[in-house]
Design a protein around this ligand. Structure first.
Ligand code: SF4
Length: 151
């Protein structure tokens, strides 16, 4: 099957080996790449934090006193560990992720667990890893994209 016929799925770029994590490293999951390819999917890499304009490496960030839904609705913020606000960058990254899904007719995403952007079942709030999605995962899920967390 040519690549053009493979069904595209959005994948956190760090899971595909891109060194886009806040600490300048990747989170390559070779097994995920092999599984998606074997199942006929075409992984489309995307890093919402880089797309939102944050450089790599960058300070670690978390949702402050709230959750991702509240960030999306303008009722909570995302801050770095130094207290600098980066909410707009996180919301822009989430918007761009959804835009890419719509452009490429992507219906499913595989996202890195624990991230304040990509976490699906767990994210970071006030410096702690807690249950709940990150900003991009929440935005995609509430827009009808099927999201899967990868640890
Ligand atoms: S924002 Fe998502 S894709 Fe980018 S480094 Fe963090 S977990 Fe990976």
């Amino acid at each position: 099957m040519s690549e053009a016929h493979l069904k595209p799925v959005l994948v956190s770029a760090c899971l595909l080996g891109q060194a886009c994590r806040y600490d300048g490293r990747d989170s390559l999951r070779t097994i995920l790449v092999e599984r998606l390819t074997a199942e006929g999917f075409r992984p489309v890499p995307f890093c919402p934090e880089e797309a939102g304009g944050l450089g790599t490496p960058r300070p670690a960030a978390w949702i402050e006193r709230g959750d991702a839904q509240q960030v999306l609705d303008g009722h909570a913020a995302v801050v770095t560990h130094a207290g600098d606000e980066c909410t707009d960058a996180f919301r822009s990254g989430a918007d761009q992720a959804l835009e890419l899904c719509r452009e490429e007719s992507i219906e499913r995403a595989y996202l890195k667990e624990g991230s304040p952007s990509c976490g699906v079942c767990q994210t970071h709030v006030d410096g702690e890893r807690v249950d709940g999605p990150g900003v991009t995962a929440a935005h995609l899920a509430r827009s009808g994209i099927e999201v899967h967390g990868v640890d």
